[in-house]
Design a binder for this molecule. Structure first.
Ligand code: GLC
Length: 424
């Protein structure tokens, strides 16, 4: 039996469906992702002189970030207060390894001003803290761990984490999400006990009973949501009790390969891929947390802005098919190249068409069940037809319970057309 933990308030979050992840810190200077310090095995001193001392974001305008998020239809954000390098983006009293400005404060305030809920990412790993024990992810992993760890006391590091979490959850107004990252429970890695995870979790709950906490502290059964990363679970995420119940989950995804600003990364997703991905999360009962990695001047990458603008354009007409929506009842089988999202309260099904077919689209299980069908972008009617009877010795092209939609020859001018089916 897995232990039961208290949960925060997931209702607003499940209605929201779409949030912005922001990975921003000193690693925007080397501009090759937030893992570069350990990939290149750079000790803290060198990281400091090369990057911390040259972190000079002269174009930091979080109001712009918040506006882009809002226009794209994102309802919450999660910002990296501290990433694995250990550098703190707020004015912490527990370290000098921090930014000269309180970025956490300015960022959460800017997003709140746009009506966007706020969350903070806090790395469990810390490649700077002198008490954090060396493990296989640490930049100093090639040295003699046993020797180095003699002078390190992980328990003191855990106290440091709890103190910092207290700061983050008491000095910045209501924080809605606490995103810990991450447990690598194997020999040479770190187990939940090494974060004093039970205590940390209870500490957060005590400070903020309704906050949402991700599942990466590694305690089975804890966490208000699961956090698959860089893939979309094919069938949603189900609980382990074997009854197949869907559990709350949030996929975190990047525009391109890495989280922190990566100047030379060219694998950017197309607008079609991004919309398909957003729909793919909601259609399987999940949320999408889509990441932006601002650059070392504090700006969003032009490619991110373009992508966000594309999403904004689509969301402007199609957000009814995202907010308050979830996986559709299984009796409605999705046609080829399409996915459904479903609003149970309004009893509306949204048919997302990823590849526009010629003339007809066949919807099994829906004949006689739909009051009206229309394109969501302009609310124009889509004609419905009953399944044809067999004639001569030809078998009918669709089963008797199939609703046939007759499509105009040209698709609506939008990346992914959506047909709204108003159920009886
Ligand atoms: C990972 C990575 C990290 C990133 C995170 C986002 O676990 O360590 O760099 O912040 O996932 O989900």
């Amino acid at each position: 039996m897995t232990k039961e933990y208290p949960h925060g308030d997931r209702s607003w979050w499940q209605a929201a469906r779409f949030g912005m992840f922001i990975h921003w810190g000193v690693y925007s200077v080397p501009a090759r992702g937030e893992w570069m310090q350990t990939i290149e095995k750079i000790p803290t001193e060198e990281y400091k002189t090369r990057y911390v001392d040259n972190f000079d974001p002269d174009r930091f305008e979080p109001e712009k970030w918040a506006k882009w998020a809002k226009d794209a239809g994102m309802k919450y954000m999660v910002f990296t207060a501290k990433h694995h390098d250990g550098f703190c983006m707020w004015d912490s009293s527990y370290t000098e390894y921090k930014a000269k400005r309180d970025y956490v404060k300015e960022i959460v305030e800017a997003f709140r001003a746009e009506g966007i809920r706020t969350g903070l990412y806090y790395s469990l790993l810390d490649w700077n803290h002198p008490q954090f024990t060396i493990d296989h992810n640490h930049p100093l992993r090639d040295q003699d761990w046993a020797e180095l760890n003699k002078t390190r006391d992980q328990h003191l590091y855990c106290e440091y984490m709890r103190n910092q979490v207290t700061e983050l959850l008491t000095n910045y107004g209501q924080i809605d999400v606490m995103w810990f990252d991450f447990t690598y429970a194997r020999p040479g890695g770190k187990y939940p006990e090494e974060w004093e995870a039970e205590e940390l979790l209870a500490h957060v709950r005590k400070l903020a009973p309704n906050i949402l906490i991700d599942d990466r502290l590694g305690l089975p059964g804890s966490g208000d949501f699961k956090s698959p990363e860089q893939y979309v679970p094919r069938d949603g995420m189900r609980d382990a009790n074997g009854n197949g119940d869907l559990v709350p989950w949030e996929g975190c995804q990047t525009f391109s390969g890495l989280w922190g600003y990566a100047r030379d990364e060219t694998t950017w997703k197309t607008p079609h891929q991004l919309i398909t991905m957003l729909v793919g999360h909601v259609a399987r009962g999940g949320n999408l947390l889509l990441n932006v990695g601002p650059d070392a001047r504090g700006r969003f990458d032009k490619r991110a802005v373009q992508a966000l603008e594309g999403i904004a354009e689509w969301m402007d007409e199609h957000s009814d098919a995202i907010y308050n929506c979830t996986i559709a009842p299984t009796e409605y089988k999705e046609p080829e190249n399409c996915m459904y999202t479903y609003n149970p309260e309004k009893k509306r099904l949204y048919l997302h068409i990823f590849s526009y077919p010629v003339k007809f689209i066949f919807l099994p299980g829906l004949h006689g069940k739909v009051k009206f069908a229309r394109f969501l972008n302009d609310h124009s009617e889509v004609k419905m037809m009953a399944p044809p009877a067999a004639h001569g010795n030809m078998t009918p092209c669709a089963s008797a319970d199939t609703l046939i939609l007759q499509l105009p020859p040209t698709a609506p001018d939008t990346v992914v057309p959506v047909i709204e089916l108003i159920l009886k």
